[in-house]
Design a protein. Structure first.
Lengths: 121, 864
């Protein structure tokens, strides 16, 4: 099924935080589900550990939205597990992630004017 | 451990499990291996369970949203199908919900009193008269109350009809006289003021009255300072001491006010003078059976103490909730059964429709299966589809039921202290939701399972239109047969009850109801206590009325037949052994001269009462034919004497019998007395109903009659203006409503069955286009093709009709007590129903048959 890509990445903003983390995890490489969880945990210093249900539901939705795709490429057999599926970020996914970063940056800048962002809290 | 995880995974849709289940297990396994230590392990589980549950809910919602989108898309493609299904579902669910609401209102819902399951009515049991639920005499009530231990409280009440004067136009109000125990027994607090005290409930106490909510709102403009005000009831001042809430109905829904009983010693003298009802609250630990046993013992003790009067009198204790006649009960049950029948037929039809649709869509489904959509997923979609249809149908059904309720009020028994129009509450809505869900699942699941019952891939092999596998055809045929059977049952029930109604309507009431207008003016005492005081009023009204153009007769009577079924007096007949305990009774009326000709009751022998039959002349009586048959079978009754109405009376005439107690019940023999004998007839028995016969439209006389009565005494109200025909028709009103409902149900069922047959045959024809084409090409005659199609229809119908007839006979037997003499196996009714069902089959088969004939062999053969 060819999913029609939304022309404008901003329609998906703001991204759910799980989706944003997954996109960040997939930014450089293809990963399978558990690897994504580990990557996110490492990146956030164990602050965020996605549950399997949350992960796969996010993945399913992101697949539908065209942010990521399943890849047919497999690593060398000795590292592979038949049950595992690997995911890769799409171009659209990349542009949505960038748009989300811009949105967050703008937000932080706005917050700076309010005095919340001085780090004194 | 993994087992628990996998079990939790079952919360997800199967398609999701197939897709991600294994991976999720793997992830969970990996995380578990990464954790060590008891605390971490516990934390992991808590986290995992929360994760799984929220995830499952979200995924299910996602899928539901998807399914709904899909369903919406398919619906947009076939609006006719959607409208048809929703309509059918709405009719079935609406009918059942309305019937259930009625049943709930009358039988199930607790009465609006405190602890209603401990409220009981206590009656006198008169086996000699065949009446277990007889009125009670005050003396017996007093002794019952004194001796019984089963009840927390024991009270009594009687119906009341009073004239209210001095408050705008004079008017007649219905209500009840109650002893001071009655309100505390019912346990409903007044919205204003208080109950009667025991001081107010005695002879010579000042008059007090409690108003019903409707009366307070209507006549007194909801005046918050109403307490302490005085109103005149029968010219006697009564102080308003309370107002009851809106939902307080006692003893029935028509009661608008209540007064205290105020008995004196005189009221307790005669144990045969029965005119009250006992109302009691059972003690907490006493059962109905125990109370009944105790009351029976007490009744037999009283029978020994007063053998002359009470030798044949017992006591009956009945739960207030159950004070419904068997006939009213049966009518409601018939209604519910008929509604369920309609629902069943509707479901059958819907299943058939969806099945046909599923067959047509088999190719689409097969393709989607081949593309990887799981079977479970497709079944789920089909179920979503049918549930959406059922829900829409259910919503409309609720609307239908709600708007139908006011039409059914005639089926709410008047004997119960409940509202006139049944209300819907959450329980009823829940019931509707339940039925809707069941409906949706039944008519959705059957086709879904059927479609996927065979091998998966057949849909791809077969050409799109030859979906009629033998097995499925059989299922659909069975469904259609069930529909025919159901509609035959409804038709027969309708037919039997219609004939019963005809039987009842053809019962001769004993009087000629056409062109007679009746109206009521109850003259108050003490002003009108004596005949001398009443005479000018009657004379003025009757003389002036007789002068009106077209009037051929006018008279006053104490009771109209069928309106007031009371006025039953003990009678002793000269030459017959005296035994008051047998309660030989007659229905008694005090009348003015001319009553018989005004009513059209034939005078068979002797003479009418005359103006000259006054208190000073010999007391006379006119008896009805059944009285003559009973006591003087072979002799001339004229000149004989009877004791009735506290006096010995000479029989001067014999008239035809009338149906005092209504068209469906046998009546006591009737006795008519001159209204002046004695000259102080009690207010209850003094003439109050005016009967006017006219040679033309009697109803048109109403304004003139009002004016005449106003001229005679402007303080007297005129109420109950109605033609005598309306009174007779009211006898059959509930039956006519019931028949109307049954008829409507029957018609719907019939239509649905016809649609079912049509649908099945159309489908059979279109799936056999090729075969028919070949036959025509090979020289088959058009008539052969028509015959072939019709035969199929008629075979279905025949089986359905036979099965339906058997069921109908069974239900007819259950209806026996409603049939008024019509046999449950009434041949004419069955023949008519069978014929109608055949005609319906013909109508349903005709179009498909014609379509079959029009098959063009060349196109049919080329099609594939």
């Amino acid at each position: 099924m060819a999913s029609p890509k939304p022309p404008d990445p901003s329609t998906l903003l703001p991204l759910p935080s799980a989706a944003f983390h997954i996109l960040m995890a997939l930014a450089g490489c293809e990963l399978h589900g558990y690897a994504i969880i580990q990557d996110i945990a490492a990146r956030t210093d164990n602050q965020l550990r996605l549950g399997a249900a949350t992960l796969y539901r996010s993945l399913q939705r992101m697949l539908e939205q065209g942010l990521i795709v399943e890849t047919g490429d497999r690593p060398a057999p000795e590292f592979d597990d038949q049950r595992r599926r690997y995911y890769r970020i799409t171009r659209f996914g990349e542009s949505v992630a960038r748009a989300e970063v811009r949105r967050l940056t703008d937000l932080v800048r706005l917050a700076g004017g309010s005095g919340f962002a001085t780090g004194k809290a | 451990m993994m087992l628990l995880y996998r079990t939790l995974l079952r919360l997800y849709p199967g398609s999701w499990r197939a897709e991600y289940g294994e991976e999720m297990c793997a992830v969970f396994l990996a995380r578990r291996q990464a954790e060590s230590g008891f605390i971490a392990f516990q934390a992991l589980w808590i986290e995992t369970i929360a994760d799984l549950l929220t995830g499952a809910a979200a995924v299910q919602m996602d899928q539901l949203r998807q399914d709904l989108t899909y369903v919406a898309r398919t619906f947009r493609r076939s609006p006719a199908f959607v409208v048809t299904t929703i309509t059918i579902a709405a009719v079935g669910i609406g009918a059942t919900t309305a019937a259930f609401t009625m049943l709930d209102h009358v039988l199930i819902r607790p009465l609006a009193f405190a602890d209603p399951e401990r409220l009981a009515k206590v009656y006198e049991d008169h086996p000699a008269q065949g009446s277990r639920f007889g009125d009670v005499s005050p003396a017996n009530y007093r002794d019952w109350k004194r001796t019984s231990k089963s009840f927390e409280m024991f009270g009594a009440y009687r119906g009341l009809s009073v004239n209210l004067t001095g408050q705008g136009d004079p008017r007649t109000l219905e209500g009840a006289s109650v002893t001071s125990e009655v309100f505390p027994i019912l346990g409903v607090q007044p919205v204003l003021g208080r109950y009667f005290s025991s001081q107010e409930d005695r002879d010579s106490a000042p008059g007090t009255v409690i108003l019903g909510y409707g009366l307070w709102q209507g006549l007194f403009g909801a005046d918050p300072n109403i307490l302490g005000r005085t109103i005149n009831l029968y010219d006697i001042p009564h102080t308003i001491i309370g107002v009851m809430p809106k939902t307080f109905y006692f003893p029935n829904r028509d009661a608008q006010l209540w007064t205290a009983m105020r008995w004196g010693p005189k009221n307790f003298e005669d144990r045969l003078d029965t005119y009250i009802f006992g109302l009691a609250r059972l003690k907490r630990d006493v059962s109905m059976q125990q109370a009944q046993a105790e009351m029976s013992t007490i009744a037999s003790q009283l029978a020994r103490a007063y053998p002359k009067e009470l030798a044949r009198t017992g006591a009956t204790v009945l739960l207030l909730r159950n004070d419904v006649s068997n006939q009213a009960l049966l009518m409601l049950k018939v209604l519910l059964c008929a509604a369920l029948c309609v629902l069943l037929i509707a479901c059958t039809n819907l299943a058939n429709l969806l099945l046909a649709r599923a067959m047509v869509r088999r190719r689409e489904l097969a393709v989607r299966t081949a593309l990887g959509a799981g079977r479970e997923r497709l079944i789920r979609q089909m179920l979503t589809e049918s549930l959406v249809l059922a829900l829409a149908g259910g919503a409309f059904g609720l609307l239908i039921a709600y708007s139908a309720l006011p039409l059914l009020v005639r089926l709410v028994p008047v004997s119960l202290p409940i509202a006139k129009v049944p209300s819907m509450d959450l329980r009823v809505v829940l019931f509707a939701v339940l039925i809707t869900g069941l409906t949706g699942i039944v008519f959705g699941l059957v086709p879904a399972l059927r479609v996927f019952g065979g091998q998966d891939a057949t849909g791809l092999h077969e050409s799109g239109r030859s979906g009629a596998g033998g097995r499925r055809e059989r299922l659909r045929s069975a469904l259609v047969m069930a529909e025919v059977a159901g509609s035959v049952v409804l038709l027969v029930a309708f037919g039997l009850l219609t004939r019963a109604l005809w039987n009842i309507q053809s019962v001769d009431p004993g009087f000629v109801a056409d062109h007679v207008l009746t109206l009521r003016t109850t003259l108050p005492v003490p002003r009108y206590e004596t005949a001398a005081a009443r005479e000018p009023f009657y004379r003025h009204v009757l003389d002036e009325t007789r002068r009106l153009p077209g009037v051929t007769g006018a008279a006053y009577t104490s009771f109209l037949p069928m309106v007031n079924r009371g006025g039953i007096w003990p009678v002793e007949v000269e030459g017959h052994p005296q035994d008051v305990s047998l309660r030989r009774t007659a229905s008694l009326r005090f009348v003015t001269p001319g009553f018989f000709s005004a009513m059209g009751i034939p005078l068979l022998q002797g003479r009418d009462v005359a103006e000259s039959d006054t208190n000073d002349s010999p007391y006379v009586a006119i008896v009805s034919q059944s009285m003559v048959r009973r006591y003087w079978a072979a002799e001339n009754p004229i000149g004989r004497h009877i004791d009735i109405g506290n006096h010995n009376r000479l029989i001067i005439g014999v008239v035809g019998d009338i149906r005092v107690r209504g068209l469906e019940r046998s009546s006591e023999p009737q006795v008519y007395l001159s209204w002046r004998q004695p000259d102080d007839v009690s207010p209850w028995y003094s003439p109050k109903d005016l009967v006017v016969r006219s040679s033309s439209d009697a109803v048109a006389l109403a304004p003139s009659l009002r004016r005449i009565i106003h001229d005679a005494d402007p303080a007297q109200p005129v109420s109950d203006i109605q033609p005598l025909t309306a009174i007779v028709q009211a006898e059959t009103a509930s039956r006519r409503v019931q028949l109307g409902v049954l008829g409507a149900f029957g018609a719907v069922a019939f239509l649905l069955a016809a649609v079912g047959i049509h649908g099945l045959l159309s489908f059979a024809v279109s799936s056999r286009t090729q075969e028919i084409g070949v036959r025509i090409a090979l020289g088959a005659q058009r008539s052969d093709i028509i015959g072939m199609t019709l035969r199929e229809g008629f075979q279905l119908a025949a089986v359905g009709i036979i099965a339906g007839a058997v069921l109908a006979y069974g239900s007819g037997r259950l209806l026996a007590s409603l049939l008024a003499g019509v046999q449950p196996g009434d041949a004419a009714t069955f023949a008519a129903a069978g014929l109608l069902a055949m005609l319906m089959t013909l109508a349903g088969s005709l179009l498909p048959a014609l379509r079959a004939v029009r098959v063009d062999p060349t196109t049919a053969l080329r099609a594939d």
